[in-house]
Ligand binder design. Sequence first.
Ligand SMILES: *[C@@H]1O[C@H](CO)[C@@H](O)[C@H](O)[C@H]1NC(C)=O
Ligand SMILES: *[C@@H]1O[C@H](CO)[C@@H](O)[C@H](O)[C@H]1NC(C)=O
Ligand SMILES: *[C@@H]1O[C@H](CO)[C@@H](O)[C@H](O)[C@H]1NC(C)=O
Ligand SMILES: *[C@@H]1O[C@H](CO)[C@@H](O)[C@H](O)[C@H]1NC(C)=O
Length: 234
Amino acid sequence: MGLVHVALVVLSLLSAGQSAPVTSCESLLQPLEIQGRDQLLGRWTYIAESTDIPGARTLTKMLIETTWLNITAGDNNDTINIVQNQKTMGLCLSVSSKLTLKNNTISREQPYPGSAILLNTGCPDCLVFYANYTIGQSTYKGVQLLSRRPKLSDTEMEEVTKQMMCLNLPKPVVLDPEKGFCSESQGRTFDLTDTINSMGSDQFSKLDKIFQSEGGVQTLMEMITSAVARINSN
Ligand SMILES: *[C@@H]1O[C@H](CO)[C@@H](O)[C@H](O)[C@H]1NC(C)=O
Ligand SMILES: *[C@@H]1O[C@H](CO)[C@@H](O)[C@H](O)[C@H]1NC(C)=O
Ligand SMILES: *[C@@H]1O[C@H](CO)[C@@H](O)[C@H](O)[C@H]1NC(C)=O
Ligand SMILES: *[C@@H]1O[C@H](CO)[C@@H](O)[C@H](O)[C@H]1NC(C)=O
């Protein structure tokens, strides 16, 4: 009887919503119900990500120091606006996008089509997005981990790493908060929204061909380094 009692206590704790570590792939890949738009709003730190875009891991590690998001309510009750503030090679870049929240799925059309759901997590102040996106002719998938905190515990990181493994994604790139965040008030911020939204489908196809090509990482690295040098010299 002792064991049954202990088991019941454990079960009741679990069902009381205590955050217990989630372990099997089945439970790790449970979609989480989005409890309305408000759950998503506010400031979020981009903790880690993993995608199956070839070379993404290397490029992210080399190019992205930190990222945070400001999510605000959109004009309609099912839309949200996201401003992504990204520190890249010491520069502050921002990109705004509009997303729609419908049927537990967040989707966007610009700059490229994508949709995401939230995955189950034991982290109390995190969002774990599982997303699909279409770039050129290819469809990629990825997991993004956001938190209200700048840094998570090892246990929390292990859980999301397992989620990525369950989806056959590579190990995550974890961004380092020590590298500092771009703030909306400080210094110059380059807003890339219009530039990115004006990219045509031919440019996304070209980008995708570079991702898929041998030496694609090197090519993109050179393109981005020279673009950043151009921005810096203006
Ligand atoms: C997020 O954006 C809103 C609207 O532009 C602004 O009022 C708010 O201060 C921003 N939040 C942060 C944390 O910068
Ligand atoms: C959003 O607005 C539509 C139309 O005005 C309404 O039917 C719907 O119930 C609203 N949804 C929420 C979540 O408030
Ligand atoms: C809502 O999502 C569920 C589960 O993904 C799907 O089966 C259903 O068709 C969707 N409904 C609409 C109206 O898109
Ligand atoms: C991603 O696309 C696959 C295949 O179309 C689909 O089964 C899956 O539900 C999609 N996931 C999300 C998060 O939209």
